[in-house]
Design a protein around this ligand. Structure first.
Ligand code: NAD
Ligand code: DAU
Length: 343
């Protein structure tokens, strides 16, 4: 049985990754290291921690703490790493960038140093398409390729780009068996309701409006989270050390088109359900991924189609109101006020 350290495994994508591997019976023991920031939620994996204690272990801790990370290898026997832990929300990085530098840059460096000293066998760094910057909307033929130069535009994407540079350097200098993935926007269950899709869906359920930034014509390439998790698992198993793999849904949509779909599925309309608000500063116009390399070299491609997976996602938020209503409280309300009041 392989023992894998999963950083950030109580967050959105990390928890979906853990759930996918444990539920389908992969021959793995997963050790989740998570600081449980505002975005981490033990409720995302609690049922599996209780039912599969030999295969899933949780440790509350900070990836910036070298002693804690070292114990993952010495005490828990981890030999491979999948690194999800990060500060991940662009709007929060605009309000304050320092936690992003700390976790995304310093935390990744600490993790790399410990993994190097323990001769970790495989290390997947989960990064983002946002490191490439923004694409022109009038040139649909241009997409992000792995060779596209990095041009991050937000403090979040700058911190992720810095972590990517560190990962690259540890391959070149120390020959560490590291791989990097750069994925487009995910949606699905357990996503913290500050991100667009769960925010829009749950706002409508609360009788509130969708706050749509700017002209609503920014474009993202939406991928169902399970497809992303399968891609990461594929890279961990079959990826080549030192390589970058782009992951995307081949599903570019404007925010207006996304909102239109959600309104229709939820029986609402533009007048009752949407409020245009002041744009996000530095808002990237368009992201689009060329995922040809991972398909050609590793055989991965998305399996979920947007029009069915979005219905499934909306239904999940309808069926799990306790989950998101508990989050949309306390600190979240203060954040919402700071982020949206007067926009
Ligand atoms: P998330 O914010 O939902 O979860 C992040 C998790 O990391 C949380 O559980 C949090 O508690 C934990 N964490 C934060 N700081 C930590 C620290 N110092 N030590 C230990 N744990 C810490 O994020 P997500 O959306 O699941 O994203 C996961 C990763 O995937 C990130 O690296 C992000 O950059 C990347 N990514 C996200 C998307 C997306 O659409 N959400 C797309 C591409 C890439
Ligand atoms: O592309 C991958 C990235 O996708 C990940 O690296 C990030 O961690 C993840 O948060 C996401 O970044 P975005 O900034 O694209 O996602 P967000 O959900 O914040 O916003 C999606 C789009 O919706 C974007 O164009 C901004 C817009 N938006 C967002 C919010 C929160 C609104 O119009 N209103 C909102 O209230």
């Amino acid at each position: 049985m392989r023992t894998i350290l999963v950083t950030g495994g109580a967050g959105f994508i990390g928890a979906n990754f853990v759930r996918m591997l444990i539920e389908r019976g992969e021959d793995v023991k997963l050790v989740v290291l998570d600081k449980l920031t505002y975005a981490g939620n033990l409720g995302n994996i609690n049922d599996l921690l209780a039912s599969q204690p030999e295969r899933l272990v949780f440790v509350k801790g900070d990836i910036c703490d070298g002693d804690v990370v070292q114990a993952m290898f010495d005490d828990h026997g981890c030999r491979e790493v999948v690194h999800f832990a990060a500060e991940s929300h662009v709007d929060r990085s605009i309000l304050s960038s320092s936690p992003f530098i700390q976790t995304n840059v310093v935390g990744t460096q600490v993790l790399l140093d410990v993994a190097k000293s323990k001769n970790a066998e495989r290390f997947v760094h989960v990064s983002t398409d946002e490191v490439y910057g923004s694409l022109p909307e009038d040139k649909p033929e241009i997409k992000f390729a792995e060779e596209t130069p990095m041009a991050p535009n937000s403090p979040y994407s700058a911190s992720k780009a810095a972590s990517d540079c560190l990962v690259r350097a540890y391959f070149h200098t120390f020959h560490m068996p590291v791989m990097m993935t750069r994925c487009s926007n995910n949606y699905g269950p357990y996503q913290f309701p500050e991100k667009a899709l769960p925010l829009f869906i749950t706002n409508l359920m609360q009788g509130m409006k969708i706050p749509l930034y700017g002209d609503g014509l920014n474009i993202r390439d939406w991928l169902y989270v399970e497809d992303h998790c399968q891609a990461i698992w594929t890279v961990l198993n079959k990826g080549k050390a030192g390589e970058v793999y782009n992951i995307g849904g081949n599903n570019e949509m404007t925010n207006r088109a996304i909102v239109d779909t959600i309104l229709r599925e939820m029986g609402s309309n533009w007048d009752d359900g949407v409020q245009y608000v002041k744009d996000r500063p530095g808002h990237d116009r368009r992201y689009a991924i060329d995922a040809g390399k991972i398909k050609r070299e590793l055989g991965w491609e998305p399996r979920h189609r947007f029009h069915t997976a979005i219905k499934k996602t909306i239904q999940w938020y309808k069926d799990h109101q306790d989950w998101w209503r508990a989050i949309k409280n306390g600190e979240y309300l203060k954040y919402y006020q700071t982020q949206y009041a007067g926009r």
